[in-house]
Design a protein around this ligand. Structure first.
Ligand code: SPV
Ligand code: MG
Length: 431
């Protein structure tokens, strides 16, 4: 009896999956792999059902004899042990980002003479409707809100990129790259105060009010499903913060990060070049505690951002504050630095982890940008935020285009570096 293996990465079984099992059955005993949560996330299929539920679902399909867990998107853990005679897959993996996965399967099978069965991918209205429905479900507040905590549990490091509009939200949502045969993408979005203000031509001094920030969040939520971490600046007055926590929770925002500053907040990257005052520990603890008290769900996170290193108040002050803020109920700590060298950030993380093994640590490597996600994760970091790179790449590109049109009195010279007209008119898909 031959063995036919198919890997599934779905929460809902549709006719395409049934067709794969039916075709596979003609060749032998059918074994289905359930892709692990972590691999699913890398594959842009955030699970809405647990691995156990998915395994049960696959096992109930007529013709499936066995269900196994597949941890590696490239099949590297399953094929050498199971040694299936065939691996069956829809022919949609012949081209595009999934071609690397097929190449890996081909090479693993060639070690012992196994074969790939490419079958026509099922493209029907019903299949498309199931996919759309799944996406829409993930955009609902109850799914989106809890997704950040799920990611922290599942991923070695959660990667967030800034978004300040529907368009940048789409970039955060949809950008996928293939690297060494594996697919990768961002896990979450950072609603930066700097970039939201900059997009409106305003300084980053809490001038853009929450009503306006909520409008930006809503624009992003309309077209994305990934979780949102809001840069909440100082969080404002505790009496206002409690209402804002409820509003954010209701919308489906996953976390707010508030920084321990008072008065006129300026952007941290100014450091001590401008006057900025840090909040007394007790006052900031009271704000955190008030926010936690107001919160209604288990999902929402209030993360305390420590500005001691930015304001050159020293490592001890940063660590004292971190312990106090966690004691007051903070669900995570963000530690910031504007040094080019990541040493002080890594030292903070190591020392914080000596006494606190679990509270998530968030970092924003804008200045200390040589450090890799892996190194940060090795020092206990859970969330890495790329806080402003989209805005900083778009601005010089737009400025150069504007200058060149003025210079040449026509647009021909800039055309080579522009998105083709046929692509811009179809960039946003209509429903
Ligand atoms: C932001 O993106 O607005 C931040 C991070 O608060 S930083 O600009 O580095 O202070
Ligand atoms: Mg900010």
């Amino acid at each position: 009896m031959k063995t036919v293996y198919a890997c599934f990465c779905t929460d809902v079984i549709h006719e395409g999956h049934l067709n794969i099992v039916e075709q596979a059955h003609r060749y032998g005993k059918v074994v289905v792999g359930a892709l692990s949560d972590e691999a699913l996330i890398r594959f842009n299929r955030f699970p809405t059902r647990s691995l156990e539920e998915r395994m049960r679902l696959y096992g109930e399909i007529d013709g499936v004899e066995e269900v196994v867990v597949q941890n590696d998107m490239l099949y590297g853990d399953v094929i050498p042990t199971l040694r299936p005679d065939y691996v069956i897959h829809g022919d949609n993996w012949l081209t595009g980002p999934m071609a690397g996965i097929r190449a890996s399967v081909e090479s693993l099978l060639s070690a012992y003479g196994g074969q790939i069965l490419d079958i026509p991918y099922t493209r029907t209205e019903a299949v498309r409707a199931v996919d759309t429905q799944l996406k829409e479900k993930l955009a609902m507040p109850e799914y989106r809100r809890k997704r950040l905590r799920q990611l922290i549990r599942i991923c070695p490091v959660v990667k967030a990129i800034e978004a300040h509009s529907g368009l940048t939200g789409l970039i955060a949502e949809k950008t996928v790259v293939e690297h060494n045969g594996r697919l990768d993408q961002f896990d979450a979005m950072w609603l930066s105060s700097l970039c939201d203000s900059t997009a409106k031509g305003k300084p980053d001094i809490e001038l853009v009010d929450l009503t306006s920030r909520l409008r930006t969040i809503d624009d992003i939520m309309e077209v994305t499903t990934k979780p949102i971490i809001l840069d909440g600046d100082t969080g404002g007055l505790p009496e206002h913060f409690v209402y804002n926590v409820r509003t954010l929770e209701r919308m489906g925002v996953s976390a707010v990060i508030i920084e321990d500053k008072v008065g006129l907040k300026k952007n941290s990257l100014f450091g001590t070049e401008v006057e900025q005052e840090q909040a007394p520990i007790e006052d900031f603890c009271a704000k955190i505690a008030a926010g936690k008290h107001a919160q209604l769900t288990e999902d929402f996170m209030i993360i305390a951002r420590i500005e001691s290193l930015i304001l050159e108040k020293g490592m001890e002050d940063a660590l004292t504050r971190a312990a106090a803020f966690v004691g007051a109920g903070a669900d995570g700590i963000m530690i910031h630095s504007r040094r080019k060298d990541p040493a002080e950030i890594l030292e903070f993380c190591d020392r914080f982890r000596e006494t606190d093994a679990h509270t998530p640590i968030v970092v924003v490597p804008s200045s200390f940008n040589s450090v890799t996600e892996e190194e940060l994760a090795d020092h206990g970091v859970n969330i890495v935020i790329y806080a402003n790179q989209l805005t900083r790449s778009a601005f010089p590109a737009m400025q150069r285009t504007a200058e060149d049109i003025l210079r040449y009195h026509r647009a021909k010279e800039v055309d080579d570096r522009l998105l083709p007209i046929k692509d811009i008119i179809t960039l946003i898909h209509e429903l």
